[in-house]
Each structure stands twice: as structure tokens, then as C-alpha cells.
Design a protein around this ligand. Structure first.
Ligand code: AMP
Ligand code: GLY
Length: 426
């Protein structure tokens, strides 16, 4: 089969590397890809947020048998609906189902209606009403721009002053653009031992009838060591999550994962694809922080290397709604991804800096995110540039290998976190 993957980040590179291992795959394409992806797939230069243009390209390329839509924006725009309408087989939720990520208000209403544990909340599109609510409830409080904001539209406000400033930033100054036309205001969830609670990402394969969790992972959203600095798309990940044991697993499956699948069916928008549960272990048990309608980035970079089953077989089983017939198997052991970013990310950063990469040892893989080839040279082309992914028996060992490999990568202004893989230990 010839497969097209939509997207251009580290997640897509990881998906393509997993697909490249499939016996069923003849040729890989990627729209738009990056320098690393260009080594294993033919790059297609079409704007994937223009869903008509993607449909036209596929109509003109009947040799492509299957399309995987990986990023959130084309899913939210209805790319899967458009491709299916034109008769193309593809992977990913349709527009109605993708609302579980594209509208925080939709996700919160769903959880409230079906009793899925999450933070208490209220939604506003009027600034004065939102301000009155903040004054009534008090700090600490969490403010979230309703629409997609690259994981950056969330403000954790410890004081009333921070809450007032944040509200103005989102709703009046429109710091996150139109995503801030509507705001979700949430109770701050706190943990048993840590404040706030410990977080875990549980990505699941689902065809709307069966839902199968992947190995667990932990993200590091803040830009700097020790979880300080601005929120980013994610500065590193590791698998498995150290605090997610059988008890958490059972509780999550029973109270969160299965009820969410059933809720989407009951709402008339069955979810087919990868449903990502961003969870927090709080003093009230496991609760949902957010849903994503897709593979996480950089979670995918550590999760898919552990997958033993053919990824394309899983994708096709989901499309054909026969996921229950497949046995999905995982390797034992651990994996760590350290993200290497451009100086200044997530705010302002330079592009076009030449990258040098040394020889990588066995069990270490360089995943490309914001990279390009310019005048025959590998250069930076985004905020998150590379992921250094190492596998080993334990997280400690994988972490050591990853950081050793980081030593042989450099460009002007490169920065990374030094503490990926340490949290929640012991
Ligand atoms: P989100 O984009 O919704 O995943 O939020 C980004 C980050 O903000 C999460 O990973 C949490 O660390 C934090 N966060 C979001 N909502 C809450 C909440 N209600 N209570 C505590 N922390 C939160
Ligand atoms: N790493 C978090 C996300 O993909 O949204």
C-alpha cells in the first residue's frame, strides 16, 4: 500500500518511522513533512489546512491507498469528512468527533453531562460576566482560551491579580487570537503529594466500539527545568509513567476511558482514531485535564517505538471498525525523548541555523520536527527542532543514553531541558 501522512512535526516523523516497519507498506508520502521525513517519504508541498486542496491532490494521485491525518487543525477543519466524501480511505476522527479537542467548551459539557471526572468550570463569551465570576470564585483559578492555541492558551492563576490580568490578556487583548472569544474558567485541581496533581498521558486507539490504551507517557509542558517558564507544545516525554499502576489503570478505564467512548456515541459523534486522555491524579482521584483528538506530540515519539504490532494494521482495523479482532502488543522497557528547541521558543526564535548531528548509538533515534534542507544543508525551521529518542530497560538508563546523544547535536541558540524523565520518581 502507498500511504500519505498529513503533518510536519516530530509526531509525524515517529508515525512514518512506525509505518515504514509495516510489511504492507510500499511507499510513504508526507504533506508537508520536514528534512528527516524527507529521508523516508516523498514530500508533498500542499497546505494541509486547505482541505479542498488536499482532496484535489488525492483525486489526482489514485496511487495513494490510505491517508493518516495527524495534526489537530485539519481534523478540526473536517479534512477526514472531506476525504471520505470523495471516497478516500483515511485515519482520524471526523469534524464532529474532533470537537472533543477543538472546543474545550464541548469537552467540558460532555464530561459534565456524562459524569466524567474533571475540574468544575464555567464558560463565558462576555468579559464582564467572566470577571464577575472570577471575583466570586476567587484564586487559585485556571483560565483557558476555548479554541486551539497550540497548547499555550492556558493560564494557571495563583492570585486574584494574576486572574484579572489573564482574563484581560485572553478576552480583551486577544493574546491567543480568536481562540479567546470564549473562555473556560476552571477550578484548580490539586494532587495528593504534589501541587498541582501528577499528570499522565494515556493515548488510546478506538474505533468507537473498542478502545485500547497504549503505553502511558509523561509530558513536560513548561519551557524550563523544574517545570517553570512558559507553556510549550512539550519539551520532552518518557514512558512508562511511574505512578500509573493497576489501580489507576482500572479506575481510569471504568470512570473515564469507557464512559468517554460511550458519551461520544450517545452524542451521535462516534470517535474513530486516536483519543488522547490528558489526566491528573488529584486528591479526588483520576480526573481529565484535557482530551486531544490525535496522537500527542512529543508523546508519540516515545510511545510508538514500543509498539510491536503493525501500525498500519491497527489503523485499517479502526477504519473498518474491527479493532476488537486485533491483538495489540508492546515491548517491555522504557523510552525517553528530549526535545531540542530554538533559543527563544515558545515566543520568538530564529530559523535557518545550521544543525550538526554526530553518529548516533544503537537504540537512539533522532526525530525531526522543525527542520528543513537549505542549500544542501540541514537547518532549523521551527521552535521545536529535534527529538532525541532513546530506548532502554529503565527510564533512568534511557534518560542517560538520550542526554549522552544530545552532546553530539548542536546549532546556534539550541536549548533543552535537563530534567526529562526525573519527575514522579519514588
Ligand atoms: P491543557 O492545555 O488544558 O492541557 O492545560 C495545560 C496544562 O495546564 C496542563 O497540562 C496542566 O498542567 C495545567 N492545568 C490545566 N487545567 C488545570 C486545572 N484545572 N487544574 C490544575 N492544572 C491545570
Ligand atoms: N503533548 C501534548 C499534546 O500533544 O497536546
Amino acid at each position: 500500500m502507498n500511504i500519505l501522512v498529513i503533518g510536519n512535526g516530530g509526531r509525524e516523523h515517529a508515525i512514518l518511522l512506525a509505518l515504514a516497519k509495516s510489511k504492507k507498506v510500499d511507499k510513504l508520502y508526507c504533506m508537508k513533512g520536514n528534512a528527516g521525513i524527507g529521508e523516508i517519504a516523498e514530500l508533498v508541498n500542499v497546505d494541509y489546512c486547505n482541505i479542498q486542496a488536499v482532496g484535489d491532490w488525492l483525486d489526482d494521485h489514485p496511487e495513494v491507498d490510505y491517508t493518516v491525518v495527524a495534526p489537530d487543525d485539519p481534523l478540526a477543519l473536517g479534512l477526514v469528512d472531506e476525504l471520505e466524501r470523495r471516497g478516500h480511505r483515511c485515519f482520524g476522527p471526523n469534524k464532529a468527533a474532533a470537537r472533543i479537542e477543538s472546543s474545550k467548551a464541548f469537552a467540558k459539557e460532555l464530561m459534565r453531562k456524562y459524569g466524567i471526572p474533571t475540574a468544575e468550570y464555567a464558560t463565558f463569551d462576555d468579559y464582564d460576566e467572566a470577571l464577575a465570576y472570577v471575583h466570586r470564585v476567587g484564586a487559585p483559578i485556571v483560565l483557558k482560551a476555548d479554541g486551539l492555541a497550540l497548547g499555550k492558551g492556558v493560564l494557571i492563576c495563583k492570585t486574584m491579580q494574576e486572574a484579572e490580568d489573564g482574563l484581560k490578556e485572553i478576552m480583551l487583548d486577544k493574546a491567543f487570537g480568536a481562540a479567546g472569544n470564549k473562555i473556560v474558567i476552571e477550578e484548580m485541581m490539586v494532587g495528593k503529594q504534589f501541587t498541582p496533581g501528577e499528570e499522565v498521558s494515556v493515548l488510546c486507539f478506538t474505533d468507537g466500539k473498542t478502545i485500547v490504551p497504549m503505553v502511558t507517557s509523561c509530558d513536560h509542558k513548561r519551557a524550563q527545568d523544574g517545570d517553570v517558564g512558559l507553556n510549550t507544545g512539550g519539551m520532552g516525554t518518557f514512558t512508562p509513567c511511574p505512578f500509573y499502576h493497576e489501580e489507576e489503570e482500572r479506575e481510569t478505564m471504568e470512570k473515564i476511558i469507557l464512559p468517554t467512548m460511550h458519551a461520544m456515541n450517545a452524542e451521535g459523534c462516534p470517535f474513530k482514531g486516536v483519543l488522547y486522555f490528558g489526566l491528573m491524579r488529584t486528591n479526588k482521584g483520576m480526573r481529565v485535564v484535557e482530551y486531544n483528538s490525535r496522537f500527542g506530540d512529543p508523546e508519540t515519539q516515545v510511545v510508538l517505538p514500543m509498539l510491536k504490532t503493525d501500525l498500519l494494521e491497527i489503523f485499517e482495523a479502526i477504519t473498518d471498525e474491527r479493532l476488537a479482532d486485533i491483538k495489540i502488543e508492546w515491548e517491555e522497557g522504557a523510552c525517553v525523548c528530549v526535545v531540542l528547541a530554538s533559543g527563544g521558543y515558545p515566543v520568538k526564535y530564529a530559523k535557518g541555523k545550521e544543525i550538526t548531528i554526530g553518529t548516533m548509538p544503537k537504540d537512539v533515534q533522532i526525530i525531526h520536527a522543525g527542520t528543513a534542507i537549505k542549500d544542501g544543508k540541514l537547518v532549523t525551521n521551527g521552535g521545536r527542532v529535534l527529538g532525541v529518542v532513546a530506548k532502554a530497560d529503565t527510564v533512568e538508563e534511557a534518560r542517560r543514553k538520550a542526554y549522552q546523544a544530545v552532546e553530539s547535536v548542536s546549532w546556534e541558540g539550541m536549548f533543552y531541558r535537563h530534567d526529562i524523565g526525573i519527575k514522579y520518581r519514588g
